[in-house]
Structure formats: structure tokens, C-alpha cells
Design a protein around this ligand. Structure first.
Ligand code: F6P
Ligand code: MN
Length: 303
């Protein structure tokens, strides 16, 4: 079985990018060891989106940002939990990264899965998702999985302990490809506030496509369902959130890159999420990710 470091050595030319990807897998693992201390309560603060900040959100953000800077290859971090980007002292470092430090924080209290999402660019933001040098996510589930792409397929690793008791990420699936036909779907937002055409599309996922509902409230976890079982995940525009809920740079672009590299498709309502041009790095977007034929049906249903 191949370790993440061995896989990167074989498939990623740039040593700095290899170092960043491998380091993040282990940094997030270290972070997880500290989760129990920060489980309870909110800080009474609100982030730039007006959302309550859980103790864990704030701690994980600090830990991941500090550790990313210490890799020596990151010069700037845009985080969902920071009001303004963090600028590292090593300004000659090659990468600018986006970070959703703790995706799915409403699941902290119930001990359901949550995750971390990272996008890696060589130039400063704003940039289209097409410019991503790499994207990866960590899923803190019953087992720890780490999924990355550098534009040469989407690969998944799982944490094991080796014979010396040392944690190692081992290759679980190389070049993942969404199963056809899809099996599951998850859609966020209040169905009564979806556009009528979108509501009909969603009903057809039951009636015509015979898909099953899977919705956890953690994007990373719901995305992982679609990646492994095929189907579609959407968080559409709603009356309450006309621009959708999920964030273009922190969530949509990295995950769209991972999805498209696994043979799936992404859609903002107008174009691939990798082609959206947006100047506000904190912008939200309607988001649809899944099997190409389902995204095709969505395009027909909601032109
Ligand atoms: O990051 C935002 C997020 O927590 C996602 O992880 C998740 O997909 C979504 O919000 C859940 O939203 P809601 O609580 O409206 O279903
Ligand atoms: Mn999130």
C-alpha cells in the first residue's frame, strides 16, 4: 500500500506543493487530537457572515493557519473565519491558500462528521477555480480520510497506524470516478423557498431518477457521499439566500475541482463553478455538484 508521501512523489512535480499537501494531511490530524477540549459552547462572537462562532471553529482556524504558515510555502491565507487575509512573513513563499477550517460546525454538538477544505493558488485572489494548483479536504468521520487533486485525478487516503504505531495516510482509492448511475442526493435550504423549476427538478430526483436522500448538514460529508455513490449535492439560491449559502472561494471552487477531476460536473446556475468570475472573495454562490448527466438535467430544468 502506498503512503500519501509516496503518491505525491510519483504524481506531483513541484516539491513545494507536495510538501504543502502532505503537511496539511498531518496538521489536520494533529488538530483533531485537540477537538474534545473545545467542543462546548460558542464564543458569543459572529464571523463575517454573521454566523455564531463555535469555540472549536475559532481554535481550529488558529491552529490550521499557524501550521500552514509554518510549512514555509504559504504566503497568504484567506479563511472563512478571518475578517481579512493572514499575511505570512515569508512573502516569497509560492502559495496563496483558501481555508474553510471547520466545515459543518452545526454538527459539532451532535458528534456527526465535519471537515476542512483547502484551495491552493499560485497567484493572489480573486482567481477563477480553473487557476487552482491543488484542492484537498479532510473528513473527520468514523475514519479519517484525505482527498486531493492537482488536476491529475482525485485520490483518497485513509489514516492507518503503522507497525510502530505511527499515523500514516495510505492510498484508499486512486483516480476516483463517480459511479453511474448516481444513487443519492442532498439539497440544502427550505424547499418552500426554492424556485418552482428547481423544486420540480428535485421531485424528479425521487420520481424519475429513483435517488435516495442523504443530507447531513456538513458539505464535506455530503460531498463524500456523492463522490462515492454518485448523485447530486445542491445548495441552490433561496428566497432567504438569493446568492445561495455556500462560499465560492472557500467551499465551491476547491470542491468543484475535486468533483470535476473525478469525472463529475459542477454548476453555479450559469456556468461551471470553476469558471465563475467574482471579485468579492467572501461571496456566496448557488452550488450544484454531481454526475454529469444529473447536472445536464438540472441545466435543462432550470435554463
Ligand atoms: O459551511 C456551510 C454549511 O455548514 C455546509 O457545511 C452545509 O452544507 C450547509 O452549511 C448546511 O446548511 P443548512 O444548515 O442550511 O442545511
Ligand atoms: Mn463550510
Amino acid at each position: 500500500m502506498q503512503t500519501l508521501a509516496e503518491h505525491l512523489e510519483k504524481h506531483v512535480e513541484d516539491p513545494a506543493l507536495r510538501h504543502l499537501i502532505n503537511s496539511f494531511a498531518y496538521i489536520s490530524l494533529d488538530a483533531q487530537h485537540h477537538f474534545p477540549k473545545y467542543l462546548r459552547g460558542t464564543l458569543g462572537d459572529r464571523n463575517k457572515y454573521g454566523e455564531a462562532v463555535a469555540q472549536l471553529d475559532s481554535w481550529v482556524n488558529g491552529y490550521l493557519c499557524d501550521s500552514l504558515v509554518k510549512t514555509g510555502v504559504v504566503r497568504k491565507i484567506y479563511s472563512e473565519e478571518l475578517d481579512s487575509p493572514l499575511i505570512a512573513t515569508s512573502q516569497s513563499a509560492p502559495f496563496v491558500v483558501t481555508l474553510d477550517p471547520l466545515d459543518g460546525s452545526s454538527n459539532i454538538v451532535s458528534n456527526n462528521a465535519f471537515g476542512s477544505i483547502v484551495g491552493v493558488y499560485r497567484e493572489d485572489l480573486p482567481q477563477k477555480g480553473r487557476k487552482l494548483a491543488a484542492a484537498f479536504y479532510k473528513l473527520y468521520g468514523p475514519v479519517n480520510t484525505f482527498v486531493y487533486t492537482v488536476g491529475k485525478g482525485t485520490h483518497e487516503f485513509v489514516k492507518h497506524y503503522d507497525s510502530e504505531g505511527k499515523a500514516q495516510f495510505m492510498l484508499l482509492a486512486e483516480s476516483l470516478s463517480l459511479p453511474e448511475p448516481g444513487e443519492v442526493f442532498g439539497i440544502g435550504g427550505d424547499p418552500l423557498s426554492w424556485e418552482p423549476n428547481f423544486l420540480k427538478f428535485a421531485k424528479d430526483l425521487f420520481r424519475v431518477e429513483k435517488l435516495k436522500v442523504r443530507y447531513s448538514g456538513t458539505f464535506v460529508a455530503d460531498f463524500s457521499q456523492v463522490l462515492h455513490r454518485g448523485g447530486i449535492f445542491s445548495y441552490p439560491a433561496t428566497k432567504k439566500s438569493p446568492k445561495g449559502k455556500l462560499r465560492l472561494f472557500y467551499e465551491a471552487q476547491p470542491m468543484a475541482f475535486i468533483m470535476e477531476q473525478a469525472g463529475g460536473a459542477s454548476w453555479s446556475g450559469k456556468e461551471s463553478l470553476l469558471d465563475v468570475e467574482e471579485s468579492d472573495v467572501d461571496a456566496r454562490t448557488p452550488l450544484h455538484l454531481g454526475n454529469s448527466y444529473l447536472i445536464g438535467k438540472l441545466k435543462q430544468a432550470c435554463p
